[in-house]
Design a protein. Sequence first.
Length: 133
Amino acid sequence: MVEVRDEIPAVDEFCDLRIAAGLSAMDRAAAAVALPRSLHAVTIREDGVLIGMGRVVGDGLHVQVTDIAVHPDRQGEGLSRLVLDSIMRHLASLPRSTIVTLFADVDWLYQKFGFAVPNASVGMMLKQWPERA
Ligand SMILES: CC(C)(COP(=O)(O)OP(=O)(O)OC[C@H]1O[C@@H](n2cnc3c(N)ncnc32)[C@H](O)[C@@H]1OP(=O)(O)O)[C@@H](O)C(=O)NCCC(=O)NCCS
């Protein structure tokens, strides 16, 4: 049975699902500190096993949608909409002045929820730490 919950995933299942979905590996000690600081998190479980997730991080003035992932065995079944529905409900509860950003690996996922490439600014990302040395 598939269950959608507004809850923070545990460190190992979070890190494992990121990797399984092809997202970058995260430092597990850093994840243990960061996950409880989530503004909002959603999990999708089947028989208790994490198969989908997403988070909103930030401070309420600036927030970022992140860690959106569905296990490859369960992609293409519409599960990401359940994740995004929960996230959009959370975003709707924030003040209208809140700036909401994300880095989209797949823009088609977010466009239908109203996200668009801004005209006046361009997203930038600091190079990964190992490459900065
Ligand atoms: C991206 C990802 C979260 C999508 O999850 P999913 O559960 O497989 O996606 P869904 O089955 O819910 O499909 C989402 C919607 O996009 C549509 N879609 C799927 N693939 C598409 C494509 N290549 N182009 C356009 N639309 C597409 C679906 O038809 C569906 O539309 P609907 O909501 O109107 O029915 C999942 O593939 C994943 O985890 N990918 C790897 C990690 C990743 O890239 N995360 C996003 C980081 S920004």
